[in-house]
Design a protein around this ligand. Structure first.
Ligand code: SF4
Length: 222
């Protein structure tokens, strides 16, 4: 499948420019703290960042480390999910923390091969921790990025599970800039949430509409 990747440098530059004026601030961002990134990513599963922020702050205050989380009482931890729902995530936080405590002496691994082996850590959370927590250059692919890249680059997956499609991960790696990759990864999350939204994307005001497969098809009516 051929993707429309001819203008990647212009696209990344425009998205980064947009981000410099429109970035969102959340308490887990730019912390370079893998523990905070890990907790935030579990809480962000199917929940908006705005809703997650207060619960995140309370959890981090009361469970400031992997060790504390691994040894926590499940019912106590579940209380912090009352406003968020999806209570299974309390158990997930504890289970992942226990594995890290037992297998890695409480330190979140910074090697991808180690991190991805932990039950409950998928490709997206793994790369988020490595990029946002350890400052390493790893691409991220979640439902927002899938939507953005499908529209922008005309990416069409041939796989049943698009989130695990190696071709998509390859595309995301190709697009990720060599510098400013932490900013870029935050930028695409904000851009997908505020501009390339699931419904009614703001195409006419979009800074990359010139290069967008979806927009050009719609404009040309093809
Ligand atoms: S032009 Fe529209 S569809 Fe394309 S990237 Fe921008 S907002 Fe998304």
């Amino acid at each position: 499948m051929q993707n429309n990747c001819d203008n990647v440098p212009e696209i990344t530059e425009n998205i980064l420019k947009w981000y410099s004026k429109n970035f969102r601030t959340f308490p887990w961002r730019y912390t370079l703290d893998p523990y905070k990134v890990f907790v935030s990513e579990i809480l962000l599963q199917r929940t908006s960042a705005e809703k997650v922020a207060p619960a995140f702050l309370k959890i981090i205050k009361n469970y400031p480390s992997i060790d504390k989380l691994a040894r926590s009482d499940i019912n106590e931890l579940k209380k912090y999910f009352e406003d968020l729902g999806l209570f299974y995530r309390a158990e997930l936080l504890i289970n992942i923390s226990k594995q890290i405590l037992i297998e890695f002496n409480g330190k979140i691994p910074e090697k991808r091969d180690d991190l991805i082996k932990i039950t409950g850590i998928g490709g997206y959370i793994c790369n988020s921790i490595l990029c946002f927590g350890y400052g390493k250059r790893y691409q991220i692919v979640d439902t927002n990025v899938i939507r953005l890249y499908s529209r922008l680059f005309g990416f069409v997956s041939t796989k049943k599970d698009i989130q695990r499609d190696p071709e998509l991960w390859g595309l995301a790696e190709q697009v990720l800039p060599k510098k400013n990759y932490v900013d870029y990864n935050y930028a695409i999350l904000d851009f997908a949430a505020l501009v390339c939204k699931p419904k009614n994307p703001k195409c006419s005001k979009c800074p990359v509409n010139n290069y967008c497969t979806y927009f050009n098809k719609k404009t040309l009516n093809v």
